[in-house]
Design a protein around this ligand. Structure first.
Ligand SMILES: [Zn+2]
Length: 460
């Protein structure tokens, strides 16, 4: 079958309902890796859905226990077509965040796919089920229409990305040989603009921590003790206000990255504008520099007293869960020690710093000049007819360091979602129009890899 016919078949799969039907099966698995989830649902996504699907495509599949106690299983699927061919590693995560059904709009259920126009609603639609489905279906199409891929492929599916890819790095260390490849090509996160393909080669890191002010047991009458007993909420608020100023600019010198070089600024210069508040973030930087080239702190949740029924009382304790997103050029091992030193220097030794429960993500950034990156960029430009937005790193966090640092791979991410998809919140949705273009892009890319397989083989 000719190239154009294969690509138009890929497009039809999205346009004629095949993709939505497959995605609705995937969304129905409550494969939650966070507090609402059950281990058997994580396993079922692999055993009942992915393993048969990949075996049917001629892949050898193996489900492994997580190397860390209490961790989720992983699936590795391999299709070997020749020793002289390049090997493409593809990654996806089948786990999703908590459903939080009560926060979704009337008429939507996180685990029941609902299509409204271009939108496909459901938990995990955008993050990450439609993204790995597209890549797997594109491979499937090549196999079904031409009888082969024309290269070797390995697919790794983890079920713990939303808990910091718990155990993924240990798994990679243990399976380094089985995972050997020439490149990682994967999809996660959003496009920069919905109508233009995006590529990125790394991600910001992410580290969560708690700030706790625990002064005494129980609450005390705010009249009888007001003015006498210190208020932990006010102390915590002031402590936070020394870490970031009123527009969120980071005040801890060690938290300010050294990597916003003229080259990175040039790479970020022509990206399209993003939704942003003009009076927020690092004042001297452009919005693209703030989100792709700089660090940011967020207060994810804050707790003291009972907001639903406040008492006339001074709380005994207060707690804020915070997070630093950081680019390369930030010493990850010094993030919490620097915070400790900063709080002490500002007279907040009573504010306790506790490491977050989830895994921290490392920051990575891979060169846009690598031959694989250039090859993918040319392919995506040709198949979509658009110059893709090429980012040095995603603003969000991914376990990209497992691929770059442990497996030593060049990494190219081609997201099939958009920034307003609602991932991690209510009303998560994927756009069918992006998925349709994604099907064409990935199918064309895999055809191009098959076409240039010998040249792409590592070392040549
Ligand atoms: Zn996510």
């Amino acid at each position: 079958m000719q190239r154009d016919a294969i690509i138009s078949r890929a497009s039809d799969y999205a346009k004629e309902g095949g993709l939505a039907a497959d995605l609705s099966r995937l969304v129905a698995y409550r494969s939650i890796s966070q507090s609402e989830g059950k281990p058997e649902d994580l396993m079922a996504y692999l055993t009942d859905e992915m393993q048969p699907r990949l075996a049917d495509m001629g892949f050898q599949t193996e489900i492994s226990d997580n190397p860390r106690a209490g961790g989720a299983p992983l699936l590795l699927a391999t299709r070997h077509e020749g020793d002289d061919l390049p090997t493409v590693l593809i990654y996806g995560h089948g786990d999703v965040c908590n459903g939080e059904a009560h926060r979704w709009r009337e008429g939507l259920d996180p685990f029941l796919l609902k299509q409204e126009g271009d939108r496909l609603y459901g938990r995990g639609t955008a993050d990450n089920k439609i993204q790995h489905l597209i890549n797997i279906k594109a491979l499937d199409l090549l196999i079904k229409t031409t009888g082969r891929l024309g290269f070797n492929a390995k697919i790794i599916l983890e079920m713990a990305e939303e808990t910091g890819s718990f155990g993924l790095r240990e798994f990679f260390e243990a399976k380094r040989n089985a995972l050997q490849a020439d490149v990682l090509i994967a999809s996660d996160g959003p496009r920069l603009a919905a109508d233009t393909p995006t590529m990125f080669m790394g991600s910001r890191g992410g580290m969560s921590f708690d700030l706790v002010v625990n002064l005494r047991e129980g609450d005390h009458h705010s009249g009888n003790f007001g003015g006498l007993l210190a208020d932990p909420v006010i102390i915590l608020s002031h402590a936070i206000a020394t870490i970031v100023d009123r527009r969120g600019q980071i005040q801890i010198p060690e938290w300010r990255p050294t990597s916003l070089t003229p080259e990175i600024r040039a790479a970020l210069k022509d990206l399209p504008p993003r939704r942003h508040d003009a009076d927020w973030g690092e004042a001297d930087l452009s919005p693209s520099e703030r989100v792709f080239g700089w660090n940011s702190m967020a207060v994810l949740a804050i707790s003291a007293g009972n907001i639903a029924a406040p008492q006339n009382a001074i709380s005994g304790s207060a707690r804020a869960t915070c997070q630093l997103r950081f680019v390369v050029g930030t010493d990850m091992d010094d993030i919490l020690p620097a915070l400790r030193r900063h709080l002490d220097a500002h007279g907040f030794s009573m504010v306790e710093v506790r490491p977050g429960r989830g895994e921290a993500f490392k920051a990575t950034r891979f060169s846009p000049d690598h031959p694989w990156v250039k090859f993918v960029e040319q392919s995506v430009a040709a198949s979509s007819g658009k110059a893709p937005h090429v980012l040095p790193n995603l603003a969000g966090s991914l376990p990209n360091d497992a691929f770059t640092d442990i497996l030593g791979l060049p990494t190219v991410w081609i997201p099939h979602s958009h920034a307003e998809c609602g991932q991690h919140g209510p009303n998560e949705h994927a756009l069918l129009s992006i998925a349709e273009e994604g099907m064409r892009i990935m199918t064309a890319l895999f055809l191009d890899i098959a076409d240039k397989a010998t040249n792409l083989k590592r070392g040549s």
